[in-house]
Design a binder for this molecule. Structure first.
Ligand code: PGA
Length: 251
């Protein structure tokens, strides 16, 4: 029997936050986790420059992650950061394939695939982001896009335990528009079926997060949906109190 995964709540600060702000947030959320009643894992992904300080500030159960990595092990890649470097500053997770990376840096499924492999080699778990654009949705292509992104982004050699999948419809990110609950359930069910086909029974244990305008008001309903094992939160994670309310919305 594969146990139902405990919820995973992830704060993605994107390109926001100076070190003092990151440390302040880390201490607040980590301090609250000391007496957290819910069985859930909470991950904070600050911007690169503040990761080390965030890791040093953790005393309890807050987990630190990064927002991206480069796939090469070392070499002449000016400005890039590899997964071993992230592990070195205390990261346990790395987000890969976020739609903002795909859009602004032209990252492909193959790039995401290579990043997952590299992260796996360095002992990091990856949060693999997938999701359709507004146009793709209008054309009824959501399921096909999700399927392709998932199949092409997950390397053959990784295990179910190594990855988390985040479904983030692009049109819902930072827009205040959340996908309808029934649509979230439908897509998450399709993702679950693909994971079961890919990993066998172990696919049941892969966490599937929803992301896209999650806030303290809608988090509880979203977290209660079938096959939703957590949320990836951008804008609403920037204030510790709001993010903490989202953490407390876990079933
Ligand atoms: P949002 O961002 O919560 O601001 O919509 C989510 C994300 O991009 O991960």
């Amino acid at each position: 029997m594969i146990a139902i995964p405990e919820p995973l709540i992830v704060a993605n600060w994107k390109m926001n936050g100076l070190i003092h702000e990151v440390v302040d947030f880390t201490k607040k959320v980590d301090g609250k986790l000391k007496t957290f009643k819910h069985k859930a894992e909470v991950v904070f992904c600050p911007p690169f420059q503040a990761i080390a300080k965030a890791s040093e500030s953790v005393k309890h159960n807050l987990t630190i992650g990064a927002q991206d990595c480069f796939a090469a092990k070392r070499g002449a890649f000016t400005g890039d950061v590899n997964p071993a470097m992230l592990a070195d500053v205390g990261c346990q997770y790395v987000i890969v394939g976020h739609s903002e990376r795909r859009e602004h840096h032209k990252e492909t499924n193959k790039d995401v695939h290579d990043k997952v492999l590299a992260a796996h080699d360095a002992g990091l778990k990856t949060i693999v982001c997938i999701g359709e654009s507004a146009t793709q949705r209008r054309w009824g292509m959501t399921q096909a896009i999700i399927r392709r992104q998932l199949l092409e982004s997950i390397p053959k050699s990784v295990y179910a335990d190594d990855i988390v999948v985040a479904y983030e419809p692009i049109w819902a990110i930072g827009t205040g528009k959340t996908a309808k609950n029934e649509d979230i359930e439908k897509v998450h069910e399709a993702i679950r079926n693909l994971l079961l086909r890919r990993f066998g029974e172990a696919g049941q244990g892969v966490k599937i997060l929803y992301g896209g305008s999650v806030n303290k008001k809608n988090a509880k309903k979203i977290l209660a949906l079938g096959n939703v094992d957590g949320v990836l939160v951008g804008g609403s994670s920037l204030k510790a109190d709001d993010f903490w309310e989202i953490c407390q919305s876990c079933p």
